[in-house]
Design a protein around this ligand. Structure first.
Ligand code: SAH
Length: 257
C-alpha cells in the first residue's frame, strides 16, 4: 500500500563513506514505503555495492538526488530533523523515533531526516540547522547503530505513524491548511540578517560571539516561524538597523576628521 503521507519525507545521507550503507538505506526505505533519497557528497555513487545491498530497491537509488552541500540538499525543506547517537552539549528539542514520526506525519511541507557520517556523525553546525534532534534509545555504552539500521528504525516508525494518521483512520475536519514553516534557505538568510544586525547594534561582539547565535537558532527552531512571520522579523531588523544608523550616524560624521 502506498501511503501519500510518506511522500513528503526526504532521507538525507551526509558524506556516506560506504556505498553498501547507501544501498542498505534504500532497501530499508522501500520496505517501509519511503521513496525520496538525497545524498550529500557520497564517497562513491553510483556503485555496484550500493545496488547489491539495495536488493531490488534500485528505483530508489536511480531517483536519488546528489548534492554538493548540506545547505543545498535542504533548501526546499520546511522541517529538518537530525539524528545523533550521542547527546550533545547544548540542550535541543530531542525526540524519540516515535515522537519524530508523529511530528513529521502531522507537519506541512517537506520534511528532511538527516543522517550523519559513519565515523563522525553530523557536525554541531549541521545539527544547529535542525528543528529537532532524534536519538534512537540504544545501550549508552554502545550507542551507535549502523547507518542503514538507523534509517530502518526511523522508516519503520514513520510507516506506523502514517498508517495511524491515514485518512481511513482519522476523522477529517475541513480547516484552512496551516502555512508550513519557512524553508531552510529563508531561515538561513534570516539568521545572517539577524547576526549582521546584532553586530551593527553592538549587541554581538564578533570577536567573542559565545553561543549567542546557536541559542537564537534553537529558539527560532522551536518556534518554527513561517514565511510571513520571517518577513515580519526581517522587517523589524531592518527598522532597528535604520534607527540605529539614524541615531549614530551624525555622531560618527562629527567624529570623522
Ligand atoms: N560516531 C558517530 C556515529 C555515526 S553512526 C557519532 O558518534 O555521532 C552514523 C549515523 O547513523 C549517525 O550520524 C546518525 O545519523 C545515525 N545513528 C546511529 N546511531 C544512532 C542513534 N542511536 N540514534 C540516532 N541516530 C543514530
Amino acid at each position: 500500500m502506498s501511503l501519500a503521507l510518506l511522500d513528503k519525507i526526504y532521507v538525507v545521507l551526509i558524506e556516506t563513506s560506504h556505498p553498501g550503507n547507501i544501498g542498505g538505506a534504500a532497501r530499508a526505505m522501500k520496505n517501509m514505503g519511503l521513496s525520496n533519497l538525497r545524498l550529500v557528497r557520497p564517497k562513491q555513487f553510483p556503485c555496484a555495492e550500493a545496488t547489491a545491498r539495495a536488493s531490488g530497491a534500485d528505483d530508489i537509488l536511480a531517483c536519488a538526488q546528489v548534492y554538493d552541500s548540506f545547505e543545498e540538499s535542504l533548501q526546499d525543506c520546511n522541517l529538518i530533523m537530525g539524528t545523533s547517537a550521542r547527546p550533545r552539549s547544548i540542550a535541543w528539542q530531542m525526540l524519540t523515533p516515535r515522537g519524530c514520526a508523529e511530528q513529521a506525519i502531522r507537519s506541512e511541507g517537506k520534511i528532511a531526516l538527516v543522517f550523519g557520517r559513519e565515523h563522525s556523525g553530523l557536525t554541531n553546525a549541521e545539527l544547529d540547522r535542525c528543528h529537532y534532534w532524534i536519538q534512537i534509545p540504544t545501550n549508552p555504552e554502545f550507542s551507535s547503530l549502523n547507518l542503514a539500521a538507523a534509517v530502518q528504525v526511523l522508516a519503520y516508525e514513520l510507516r506506523g505513524a502514517a498508517l495511524a494518521f491515514s485518512p481511513a483512520n482519522v476523522e477529517t475536519v475541513e480547516t484552512e491548511p496551516n502555512e508550513p514553516p519557512a524553508s531552510t534557505e529563508a531561515m538561513l538568510q534570516f539568521y545572517q540578517h539577524l547576526e549582521q544586525t546584532l553586530i551593527e547594534l553592538e549587541f554581538l561582539d564578533p570577536e567573542k560571539p559565545r553561543r549567542l547565535m546557536r541559542r537564537l537558532q534553537r529558539l527560532f527552531n522551536r518556534a518554527q516561524p513561517n514565511d510571513s512571520e520571517i518577513n515580519i522579523l526581517r522587517g523589524i531588523l531592518s527598522a532597528a538597523e535604520g534607527k540605529y544608523i539614524e541615531k549614530h550616524a551624525p555622531r560618527r560624521l562629527k567624529n570623522e576628521p
